[in-house]
Design a protein around this ligand. Structure first.
Ligand code: MG
Length: 261
């Protein structure tokens, strides 16, 4: 049932001297003879087992760290801001964020991502963690100028948040290795320079609270991703940049940035 194959090899000369090594992974799909390859469904991969989980929808929370609320001059009170990204926005470690042409500034937002295991509706806060498969570190890439215009006009943020490659996500660390998502150092560097550094203890609402909140109105399903908001330090990225996101106990995610061709 695995959908990803790994292979590693070595090249030696006749005396057995090592000349080169290579390793890589391939995503597998089936197709009928004579047809085009099936489009690859967006997925995340679980650390350790290598199991892949198809991504359903992506729910994202805005304004969940007070220092980011302050840097955006956003309202402090009120219910959490919830928006969506399409599953097709997912990219992985080693992939590239492709900047849409003519869209203005594109900002990084490093975030803890909770991956839903067991689905549910109207999940109680005290039961919420039973619905978490694990955690990843992700980037909620944002077309900041497009979003600012939408805020001005009171229109949805969809295009600012949902463009292809706008949701880089690391491998998923199973929940039993991580806990409830609190107390984790979170960091983002751009070309080795630190831009965002915080701790998930500074989240205004916990993973469990956010699952309870979101599932009041939206049915959660296995493979849904919940982006939980970003700390202060957001800023623009440029073609050629290398972004590395780190989340304690969870892992590291490195992606490149390039312009649309
Ligand atoms: Mg965000």
């Amino acid at each position: 049932g695995a959908r990803v194959a790994f292979a590693a090899g070595q090249v030696t000369d006749e005396s057995g001297r090592l000349l080169a090594t290579a390793e890589g992974s391939w995503h597998l799909w089936t197709r009928k003879p004579g047809t085009s390859p099936a489009p690859r469904k967006p997925y995340v991969q679980v650390e350790g087992t290598g199991e892949t989980v198809e991504v359903g929808k992506i729910l994202a929370i805005g304004r969940n760290y007070a220092d980011h609320v302050a840097e955006m001059n956003a309202p402090k009170a009120g219910p959490p801001v919830l928006f969506f990204k399409p599953a097709t926005a997912v990219i992985h470690h080693g992939d590239s964020i492709v900047l849409p042409g003519g869209a203005g500034e594109v900002h990084h937002e490093v975030e803890l991502v909770a991956v839903i295991g067991e689905g549910g509706k109207q999940i109680r806060e005290q039961d919420a963690l039973n619905h978490v498969l694990g955690y990843a570190v992700g980037l909620d890439m944002t077309l900041r100028d497009v979003q600012a215009k939408a805020k001005e006009k009171g229109t949805p943020w969809s295009l600012a948040k949902g463009f292809d490659s706008s949701a880089p996500v690391s491998r998923v660390m199973p929940q039993d290795q991580v806990g409830d998502g609190s107390g984790l150092a979170i960091r983002l560097t751009v070309n080795g320079e630190q831009r965002q550094a915080s701790n998930t203890d500074h989240m205004m609402r916990s993973v469990a609270e956010l699952i309870a909140f979101a599932s009041k109105t939206v049915t959660l399903e296995r493979g849904d991703l919940l982006f939980t908001g970003t700390p202060a330090g957001v800023g623009p990225v440029n073609p050629g940049d290398s972004l590395t996101a780190e989340l304690e106990k969870v892992g590291t995610l490195t992606v490149a940035v390039r312009a649309e061709e």
